[in-house]
Ligand binder design. Structure first.
Ligand code: F6R
Length: 259
């Protein structure tokens, strides 16, 4: 079962996860981080800035979860630009060691296979940061995605396009297609860390953690993974049936156990 940590604020969540990432990088200087975009992981990246100063990150590698297909690579909201702006530059990572799926139309037919090969070459992701969509997606694996899926092109749901419209000048500007790591890809990471904040995520979080394992709620795939940490604020955790047990478990966590 996933470890569920209910925190007071997104900043608390960011600190907790950042501490874990620093621990990982200190023990494994060439750690492979799975990077998410969107609003949710920002407190983690913020918290990492101060925590990583003085830590050698020159060998750290990173793989983004997804990218829009056909987006102008110079667009501020292409995930390539977001990852470089929010993660690579502020944390001082080596840009050559950070990859984002290639969403350009030329080569899209083999972009998924290329990405899988690069992930395999790197030895897989050590710690994968995940957000969750209001429709339950992780990565951009929309409802119905196969649990065996690998990196490939998907069509975004109308709900996801509406949710992401805030990043674009006009809702119609949100691309229709994306290239995303599959659920099968994500499940290969050694440690999944799913973050969720706000009441809009409560239903998806409850479904992912406690609902039936179903492709209709792709986030429920985390129940198939042996090492998952879910960090949610009170609002996002508000529909969890066993929330009291999760709080009790966290409060009594032995010091020798890591996240
Ligand atoms: C982003 C990603 C998505 C987001 C999800 C939540 O790389 O893979 O699954 O994590 O759409 O988005 P936010 O965090 O903006 O609410």
């Amino acid at each position: 079962m996933a470890e569920i940590v209910i925190v007071e604020s997104a900043a608390d969540a960011g600190g907790l996860v950042a501490d874990e990432i620093v621990r990982l990088v200190r023990t494994r200087p060439d750690a492979v981080l799975g990077l998410a975009t969107g609003s949710t992981p920002l407190p983690v990246y913020d918290a990492l800035r101060s925590r990583l100063s003085g830590v050698d990150v020159s060998r750290v590698r990173g793989f983004a979860l997804d990218e829009y297909v056909g987006i102008d690579p110079r667009h501020l909201e292409s995930y390539r630009n977001v990852i470089f702006r929010e993660v690579v530059e502020p944390l001082g990572l080596d840009p050559a060691r950070v990859r984002v799926p290639d969403g350009s139309l030329e080569g899209i037919a083999h972009a998924g296979d290329d990405y899988e090969a690069a992930l395999a070459d790197a030895g897989g992701v050590d710690l994968q940061i995940l957000g969750i969509g209001t429709d339950g997606h992780i990565g951009f694996n929309e409802p119905g995605s196969s649990f065996a899926s690998l990196t490939r092109v998907k069509t975004l749901t109308a709900q996801t396009r509406a949710d992401n419209a805030r990043f674009f000048d006009h809702p119609d500007d949100v691309p229709m297609h994306c290239i995303t790591q599959g659920l099968g890809t994500i499940l290969r990471a050694k440690h999944l860390v799913l973050l969720a904040f706000g009441a809009a995520k409560a239903e998806a979080v409850a479904g992912a953690v406690e609902g039936p394992v179903t492709a209709s709620l792709p986030g429920s795939a985390i129940q198939l993974h042996p090492h998952v940490t879910v960090v949610a604020d009170e609002a996002a955790a508000s529909q969890l049936r066993f929330a009291d047990y999760y709080r009790y478990t966290w409060a009594h966590k032995p010091e020798w156990r890591e996240l």
